[in-house]
Write a protein that binds this ligand. Structure first.
Ligand SMILES: [Zn+2]
Length: 222
């Protein structure tokens, strides 16, 4: 099973990706993680990646494809959750081709959806623990004591890029680059829109319902 998750910043995609990989025992492909891993291994490709990042440039797609392809090959027997990759049409087409070479396809492409107003509210309400990295949100995932990490009692902080100007810019980039995936995956008949309102368990319930339905159908047709 290969499942893809995309959605705007603030929609709760990272949290759901984490919950889904645990629930369905999937491996998670995040292009950001792949790049960071290569850099930390100081592999030949990692050294190239580091140069782009140091100059503040985007890492070229062909480097990302190379990493994704070797990940797909290594994990071809596993169920995969694609988290934040592909983020544009070119990447989506490339992924389709790479999977086809392994005789595979994507089962479901989920778009997590939330009104822009709610997204902005969630992002400005977001806090993280500088010690353990846990993410909290005063509406969807509040800490037990306001402003304090549940685990280590450290005072929570706000990410610098969670301010209204940067948020608006990130949402525009999402609309321009990633939202075209909606029509692409509709045309492949694998698109599912998920309402991302509510807390993380409610959203996980909606996604799981679709995943379970898909698994049932697969069993019946086999
Ligand atoms: Zn903490």
């Amino acid at each position: 099973m290969r499942i893809l998750l995309f959605g705007p910043p603030g929609v709760g995609k990272g949290t759901q990706a984490q919950l889904l990989t645990e629930k369905y025992d999937m491996v998670r492909l995040s292009s950001g993680d792949l790049l960071r891993e290569e850099v930390s291994l100081s592999s030949p490709i990692g050294k190239k990646v580091e140069q782009f990042l140091r100059k503040g440039h985007l890492v070229p797609d062909d480097i990302i494809y190379e990493l994704v392809d070797s990940f797909l090959l290594e994990n071809k027997e596993s169920d995969i959750l694609f988290d934040g990759f592909p983020r544009n049409l070119n990447q989506a087409r490339s992924l389709e081709k790479s999977l086809a070479q392994l005789g595979q396809t994507i089962d479901i492409a989920f778009e997590m959806y939330l009104d822009e107003e709610d997204l902005i509210k969630r992002l400005t309400d977001r806090r993280y623990c500088p010690k353990c990295g846990r993410i909290y949100n005063s509406t969807t995932n509040p800490p037990k004591t306001e402003g304090i990490c549940d685990v280590d009692r450290v005072k929570l902080s706000r990410r610098e890029d969670d301010n209204p100007d940067v948020i608006k810019r990130r949402l525009t980039i999402y609309k321009d680059e990633t939202r075209p995936l909606v029509n692409y995956y509709k045309s492949l008949n694998i698109y599912r829109r998920i309402d991302a309102k509510g807390n993380q368990e409610e959203v996980l319930g909606r996604i799981s319902e679709a995943v379970n339905g898909h698994i049932d159908n697969k069993c019946r047709s086999n």
